[in-house]
Design a protein around this ligand. Structure first.
Ligand SMILES: [Zn+2]
Length: 249
């Protein structure tokens, strides 16, 4: 079973690559087959096998030999790992479908925000709708928890946006509203905490390494996505460790 989930992740990852590339360009996502971005030759079925085709072709297009970005296999491997850890953490369970889909959309958010510094509204809407459907038909938490999580996540970032006068993007606020709906207030706080902590750590590292300047904009969506993922799978453990660390447990 774990191998099957991993393979499913790799396969899904190759579709997520298509979404990451096409969504910000307003191309239709289901317009298969894909083509090489350089020579526009349509890719055969063999070229669409995730990971393996990249290894066999040594990272080059079969036709024009232009190098293909290592981003593609990276997204595939990442999706495989996310699928596998989600399965290991929640097991074979209806919630597995809920979170595999949710995390897949978060991976797309992660890379689109990284590349284009935007979080498309369509993706936030998909996350929110999916969460509401599960809340109606297969609730894991009470409605009051869902709603307070959403208000806390979106509200906290909205207040920050007002205070910092635009330091926080509208996309981040909407994303955290939608994710808060899944998480409830405690796990939403955990996700925000991880997001700010990892964002600050990476930001400081990039400035120290002189890759970024102090005033450069660093997208926050990838860090929020990471925080949400970790909060869903291990949020309760993280809260326990934190409470015992500050001596409250
Ligand atoms: Zn080509």
């Amino acid at each position: 079973m774990p191998i099957l989930i991993l393979l499913l992740g790799l396969l899904f990852g190759s579709f997520l690559n298509v979404c990451i590339y096409r969504l910000p360009r307003e191309e239709f996502v289901f317009n298969y087959p894909s083509h090489c971005p350089e020579c526009k030759r349509k890719l055969g079925l063999l070229d669409l096998i995730p990971l393996l085709s990249y290894i066999i072709l040594e990272g080059k297009c079969r036709y024009c030999e232009v190098s293909i970005s290592p981003r593609y296999p990276v997204v595939e491997i990442l999706t495989g790992i996310v699928f596998l850890t989600t399965y290991m953490s929640i097991g074979f369970h209806p919630g597995l479908i809920k979170y595999l889909f949710f995390f897949s959309v978060l991976i797309v958010v992660f890379f689109i925000d990284l590349d284009h510094k935007i979080i498309p509204n369509s993706l936030v809407l998909v996350i929110l709708t999916w969460g509401i459907l599960w809340q109606i038909f297969w609730p894991e938490i009470f409605w009051v928890e869902s709603l307070s999580g959403a208000l806390l996540g979106g509200g906290f970032l909205l207040v920050l946006a007002v205070i910092s006068r635009g330091g926080m993007g509208g996309g981040d606020i909407k994303l955290m509203f939608a994710a808060g709906f899944y998480l409830g207030p405690f796990l939403t706080s955990t996700a925000l905490f991880i997001g700010f902590f990892s964002g600050a750590a990476v930001g400081i590292a990039l400035i120290l390494l002189k890759i970024k300047k102090r005033k450069d904009y660093i997208p926050f969506g990838p860090f929020l996505s990471l925080g949400i993922f970790l909060a869903v799978l291990w949020g309760r453990d993280i809260i326990d460790v934190y409470l015992s660390f500050i001596g409250l447990h």
